[in-house]
Design a protein around this ligand. Structure first.
Ligand SMILES: [Zn+2]
Length: 64
């Protein structure tokens, strides 16, 4: 648990702000905890339907 987790769980950060802080804190974070935070933010992303940054297959591409 770190300041980022605390702030995020208290709804003091938006998902975008949390990702930004995560990127900044990554260097100083324990690798194991970095993984945990990554998964936490990732599942939060799905919760708000914010998957814009992730490539996803489209029907058009499948059909060719
Ligand atoms: Zn944390």
């Amino acid at each position: 648990m770190c300041i980022l987790c605390n702030s995020f769980k208290n709804n003091e950060l938006t998902i975008m702000e949390a990702w930004g802080n995560y990127a900044e804190m990554l260097e100083t974070m324990e690798p194991k905890h970095a993984d945990e935070v990554f998964l936490m933010l990732l599942s939060a992303n799905e919760g708000v339907g914010f998957n814009n940054k992730m490539p996803k297959p489209t029907l058009e591409k499948i059909k060719g």
